[in-house]
Structure formats: C-alpha cells, structure tokens
Design a protein around this ligand. Structure first.
Ligand SMILES: Nc1nc2c(ncn2[C@@H]2O[C@H](COP(=O)(O)OP(=O)(O)OP(=O)(O)O)[C@@H](O)[C@H]2O)c(=O)[nH]1
Length: 749
C-alpha cells in the first residue's frame, strides 16, 4: 500500500496538518508530525473522527469555502471548518465513535486497537465484558463448526446470512463524483475517500471517478454494481439499436476513385458510367447528384462522383465513414507519384480496401510491371505476386477491362460481407448539398442503413425537415431508398454540410429541439479552441488516457530523410503510446497533409520544408500542430520529451512575413543582393531568415542588409520593394522566398 503522509491527508481535507496531528495526539498517538506516514489504523482513527463529527450535517466538511462561526472552534479544530467535538474524555469519546451512529462499521476497528486506545482506568471495567464476549464468540464458533457438518445446516446458514447482509444495489454511471457515489452507497464521502486512498488513489469529494474505479468501490463495500446508462435526447430520438444477424441483408459497395493528377480518375468514372449506359440501363444518362450507381450483372455498385482523396478525407475529418473500397488509379506510363502515395495513406488511415486500376495501358510507354514493383515498395503487394492487392490493367480511354475492374470490386465487396438492415428508419451521410433558387435546400444523401421514404422527418447536422421529394442518380423521382443508395432529397430547413450524418426520426418536436441544441453546441465548440493533439498537450492527453497512438505526418526535403525520420520516430514508442507515421513524403507541407492530420488527430513534422500558405491557414483553423526542424535529432528529442511531459517550450518561432526575390545582382565585396518584394507581413533588419525554394528550405541564417532604395531601413512592410542580402549566403535566385521570422518567448501556461 502507498503510504499517505499527514500533510497530504490534510490537503485533501483542506485544513492545516496540525489538526490531523492534534487528533492523533488526542487519541494517544503522540509521535506524529506533519511529515509522518500514517498507518492504516491511524487513518481509521482520523476518518472515524471526522465521519462522526459530521454525521448530523451534510457533506459540507469537504466544502472548503464554507465558513463556520469562529467562536465554535476549539483547540483541536483550530481553523477547521468543522463542528467542534464535545469535550469528553478520550476513552469515552472513542466509544462514542464506536457506537453512536448506526452506519459506523464496527468491524473496521478491531478489538485490539480499541483496547490499545482505551485508558487503563476505563479498560479495567471493560475488560471482563470483552473477555466474556470473546468467550461467547468462541463458543458460538465451535457450535457452528459442529453444525456445519450437516449439509442442511449449511444451507440454512447461508440463507440466514443472506437475509442478514442484504447487498446494496448501486447504480454506477460512466462517471460519478466521490460525493454522489457515497450518497448512492449510503456511506459517508470520508469512507470512500479512505478506501480510495488505501488503493493508492488520492481523491477529494468533488473528484470524478470513472466507472471501473467507482465499481471497485461498490464491490469493496460489498455492494452490487448496476451500470447506469444515461440516454441523451439524441439517443432516445435516433434509436440506434444494433441489428441482429437475421435482420441484416447484403448491400452494394460504396466506392471512391483516387489517384495522382491526370492519371485518369475522371476518365475512369466516365468509362464506368458508359459501360452501364451501353448495357441499356433504364433511365439513361446519369444526373450529377454526387454519387451514382452502376449495374454489373445482377449486382450494383455505388460510386462517389468526386474523385480524389481530398474530398474523401474532408468527409472523414467530419467523422463520416462512407466508403468501403477505394480504386487507386495509377497511370501505367507514369507510375506511382506523390498524390498516389497520399491516396494510399489516406485509404489506409481510413481502413478502406484498395483495388489498383493500372490505367492507360493503351499508351506506348505503358509499363504495368513497373507500377506493380512500385506498389510493393508502398506496402501493396499485387495478388499475382503473392500479395492481396488486386490490380487490374485498364484503359479508360479505350474502355478496356472496365468490366473486369467492376467484377473485382464486387469480389472484394463479397469478401467484406457488406450488410445493412433495410427494415428500419434510415441513417446515412450527406454527400453534397446546395441551395437551389427554385427548389430550396437540395442534399444528396447516401443511405447507409435502413430505408428512407418520402414523408420521413430527417435531421442532418443542424438542418431538419420532412422529405418532400426524392430523386435517384438517373434523375427519376423515387418514393424510397434503401442501403447504399444515393438520393437527392428536398425539404430540409437548411443546407446541411457534406459529411453530416442524417437520421430519420419520429418525434418532430423533439427533433427540432435537438437541432436547436446542436446549433448551440456548435457555437460553443467554435468558441472553445480545438483540443487537437499537439506536442504541448501530448503528455496531458496521455495522462488522461486519451492517447494510445501518436499519429505523425512527416514531410521532408529528400526521401532519405523521410525514411530516416519514420524509422527513428517509430522507435520511440513506449508502453503507453505507439508512435505511427501515417504518411511520409517529399515536398512542402500542403493542405492535403493538414486534412489528413486533422482527420487522424496527427501532428505534422517537417524537415527542411515549409508549409504552403494554404496549409498554414488550414492548420491554424483545424488546430493541427506543425513542427519544423532542421535536424532529425531535435525532432526525436522534442517528441520524446513531450511524451514524458518534459517539453519546455520557452521559445517559439513566429513568422513575420514573406519576401519574394525578383532579381539579383552581384556587388563585389558585398556578395549577392536581392531585389525583392514583401508579399505579406513585414521583414525587419534583425529578422532571422530562411531561403525557401519550391517549398524546400535551402538556407537559414540572418540578414546582412535591408535597404529601401539606397538607405538602410529597420523594416519593410507588405506591398513594398526592398533590397536585401543574407549573411554568408550568396546563392539567392529569382523566385526564392525569404521567410522572415523572430524567436518569441512563450509564456508558460
Ligand atoms: N491514352 C490514354 N489516355 C488516358 C486514359 N485515361 C485518361 N487519359 C487521359 O489522361 C488525361 C487525364 O485524365 P483525367 O481523367 O482528366 O485525369 P484525372 O486523374 O481525373 O485528372 P484530375 O481530375 O485533373 O486530377 C486526359 O487527357 C485523358 O484523356 C487512358 O486510358 N489512355
């Protein structure tokens, strides 16, 4: 057991430690001072003492602010907030503790301890009684051992016992304060606090306990735990029951197309649509509603129309998990490119199955084997090479192998055993939405479970309303839509956001109040700064048990650094936190990186690279922590320190502005002078500077000179031209960006 010292206990109670020492002195323990570790017995004495003193009152003993009249204080309770104890003899007082109130647990202070405490003169009289009691007890025990041999007696005894100590059923919610738990357990908070202390948990009456700790307390006192489930209005309204195996029916897969720019995502989607039309599907041309369905034999596949991983991750960032399968398009003449890698990592982070479409095989330079080789390097091993990644060689342009690709999609879908229950109220995700002049709020929703009907009352984000009309992807008006079916719905009060979850609800009035409440909460959330993960709050989040994985996005100037950083970072995982590099690539930090980090609660670590302007803004909006380093060792050290709660951010750089070099000229004896233009913010003569070329930092240092026309100046603001030179660096070129920054002291929080 962890020992608690007198002063620690006094802190929990909120009064001077001398009070504790005084109480102990009063009860015959005289060797104690405020640093003394307290034995279990001494804790018993103190807790009983204060439990007794507060029996008649409420639990305000723990309310430090509550003031009692001063004159009520006596020597023991000097400066205490408590009702004073009547002045009676020590021996009697202890006996008072033992017997006065019926909820004091007599077993907890054993006879010997009481004996030790009772003064000799009092003991004399009591001793006989005690000995008699002991004898009687022994006799009773012997008697019962004899009886025990008969099984019927055993049963009787058990029954008797059960009748005697009725265990108390205690409702325990996910979180409960010590005070509330005590009242539910019909105990005093002091008793609970003491028990917690014996388990090494220091808690005050207002401290919140989690379900496990609270349950343990109930069990320790012989009670029975009943889990209390508190349903929110939304939970009651949305009726989120689990479907049984019999209710679940197969549903079609939902697919997204991703890949590098110009590798043929749009062409492939067009080709897929065409296959469908030429097969004579009724309804003709697909309307643009944000998603469409194609028929392959007896089955159907739902495609999301917006290609690219940005849209996909933006949706995931909002908590929406809509896709089952990602088709990764890789041009056979170009191979794996940066956005292909991004797409792979985005799909992996979302745990979506990947099928590779090796496109443009009709082209002369097409080399599908090279693509497969490169895929292997990124953890996707083609099936024909012994892995489990299906690769289909296609030509979107020539419409080659499109059907085979679709069949593979169905195959993967079949393996995933995608199911939903069509016989319940619909639930799904908003794919797209807009305000139409004539039709009002128009939203494309993907039904993910249940069936949506015209006339249903729907809540989507902060919008709600009755579905007035529904159109499918062929522009046809429909009355209902089941799982995996995208439909355009009219009738919502407002325009919901893409990625919003929608539910059909029964109680319209309640639904409106839920929506109102959501709007209010949303406002509050916006006011509250986002609690995204950062190195500064990492330790707190680990401590609070909120962090099990530390996700990191790594961007660096060269591939070698990406790999080195990845390996070194993953090696610093410890028992509490696993460090995962979810994406690593070469180049400036872009908005897509920030989106991935935001969706995966990751931090971004950059080596010799800078964020693009859009990325900096996006990171600030989303509360994503961007950390830039020049040396790998510094990054490892920072993250290690942050994991141990030892990071001391004393200085932090603050970018003051960006300057573009527009022309350069060499001056003998001085070096290269840049004719420049301040793009944003300002640059100061004493600024620290970084020379950035194509998003990569190529030099870091100080300014050598800063001039307007011929004059030296202290600073130049945005919109003005200037001349500058960088100390010890003469290689500045047209188009370079000079990032000016200062090191600002960070106030400790
Ligand atoms: N030869 C050949 N060209 C193709 C094929 N698929 C697409 N292309 C061409 O590649 C170019 C890019 O195709 P898109 O479908 O626009 O590519 P994307 O990936 O959607 O491009 P973004 O939307 O800009 O990211 C176009 O000129 C297409 O005609 C193919 O199978 N063979």
């Amino acid at each position: 057991m962890e020992k608690i010292r007198a002063y620690e206990l006094s802190k929990i109670f909120g009064f001077p430690s001398k009070n504790i020492v005084n109480v102990l002195h009063e009860y015959g323990v005289s060797t104690k001072n405020h640093m003394s570790a307290l034995s279990e017995y001494e804790l018993d004495v103190i807790f009983e003492y204060y439990t007794q003193k507060n029996q008649a009152k409420d639990f305000s003993i723990f309310d430090k602010k509550k003031e009692e009249p001063k004159e009520a204080a006596e020597n023991v309770s000097d400066n205490e907030d408590f009702t004073p104890v009547p002045e009676i003899e020590v021996g009697r007082k202890l006996r008072t503790v033992d017997t006065r109130v019926n909820n004091v647990d007599l077993d907890r202070i054993d006879d010997e301890k009481i004996e030790e405490l009772i003064p000799e003169n009092v003991k004399q009289g009591d001793k006989k009684q005690k000995i008699n009691q002991k004898k009687k007890q022994q006799q009773r025990q012997q008697h019962s051992t004899k009886q025990k041999r008969k099984p019927e007696n055993v049963i009787k005894k058990v029954e008797k016992k059960e009748k005697k100590v009725e265990p108390l059923n205690v409702l325990v919610p996910n979180e409960i304060t010590v005070g509330e738990l005590a009242s539910r357990m019909k105990k005093s908070p002091a008793e609970i606090i003491k028990k917690l202390m014996l388990l090494g948990i220091m808690a005050t009456v207002n401290e919140t306990l989690d379900f496990d700790t609270a349950s343990l307390m109930v069990e320790e006192f012989g009670g029975i735990v009943e889990k209390e489930i508190i349903l929110t209005d939304e939970e009651i309204l949305f009726d989120d029951f689990e479907d049984t195996a019999e209710q679940l029916k197969p549903r079609s897969p939902v697919v997204v197309v991703m890949g590098h720019v110009d590798h043929g995502k749009t062409s492939l989607l067009d080709a897929i649509r065409d296959t469908n039309v030429t097969e004579g599907e009724f309804g003709g041309i697909t309307q643009h509603i944000g998603a469409h369905r194609v028929r392959v034999g007896e089955k159907k596949i739902t495609f999301l129309d917006t290609p690219g991983h940005e849209a996909f991750t933006a949706m995931r960032a909002r908590g929406a998990l809509v896709t089952d399968i990602a088709i990764l398009v890789v041009a056979a003449d170009d191979g794996i490119m940066p956005q292909t890698i991004e797409a792979i990592n985005h799909a992996k982070a979302a745990e979506v199955s990947i099928i590779v479409a090796i496109n443009k095989i009709d082209k002369d330079g097409a080399n599908p084997d090279k693509v497969k080789q490169e895929l292997m390097e990124h953890g996707l091993v083609p099936e024909e090479w012994g892995g489990d990644t299906i690769c289909v060689e296609v030509s979107a342009k020539k419409r080659q192998n499109i059907k085979e690709l679709l069949e593979m999609v169905l195959l993967v879908a079949e393996m995933k055993e995608l199911k939903a229950n069509p016989d319940r109220k619909a639930k799904g995700t908003v794919i797209e939405s807009q305000l139409d002049k004539g039709r009002g709020s128009v939203a494309t929703v993907l039904v993910q479970n249940g069936t949506l009907h015209v006339g249903d009352y729907v809540v989507a984000g902060t919008a709600s309303g009755r579905v007035r009309a529904m159109n499918n992807d062929k522009g046809k008006s429909v009355k209902k839509a089941g799982p995996s079916i995208p439909v355009e719905i009219l009738g919502l009060s407002e325009v919901p956001e893409g990625g919003d979850e929608f539910y059909v609800v029964e109680d319209e009035r309640k639904a409106r109040s839920v929506v109102e409440n959501r709007k209010f909460q949303e406002k509050k959330e916006k006011q509250k700064s986002a609690t995204a993960i950062s190195l500064d709050n990492l330790f707190e989040q680990i401590e609070a048990g909120k962090m099990k994985d530390l996700n990191i996005v790594v961007k660096a100037d060269v591939q070698g650094s990406v790999e080195a950083v990845k390996q070194s970072l993953e090696r610093i995982s410890n028992d509490e936190v696993r460090v995962n590099v979810i994406h690593g690539a070469v180049g400036a930090i872009n908005e897509s990186d920030v989106m991935l980090a935001s969706a995966s609660n990751a931090i971004i670590v950059g080596f010799n690279v800078r964020p693009t302007n859009g990325a900096s803004d996006a990171a600030e909006d989303a509360g994503v922590d961007l950390r830039m380093y020049r040396v790998i060792y510094d990054a490892i050290e920072d993250i290690e320190k942050a994991m141990k709660g030892m990071l001391e951010p004393t200085f932090r750089e603050e970018v003051t502005g960006h300057v573009e070099i527009r022309t350069t000229f060499k001056v003998s004896g001085v070096g290269t002078i840049g004719g420049a233009y301040v793009l944003d913010g300002k640059i100061r003569r004493d600024s620290l500077v970084r020379v950035v070329r194509d998003g990569i930092v190529i030099h870091e240092g100080e300014l050598n000179s800063l001039k307007r026309f011929k004059d030296d100046v202290k600073e130049v603001n945005a919109g003005y031209e200037c001349g500058l030179s960088v100390s010890n660096y003469n290689d500045i070129k047209d188009g370079d960006i000079i990032e000016a920054y200062i090191m600002a002291q960070v106030e400790p929080e």
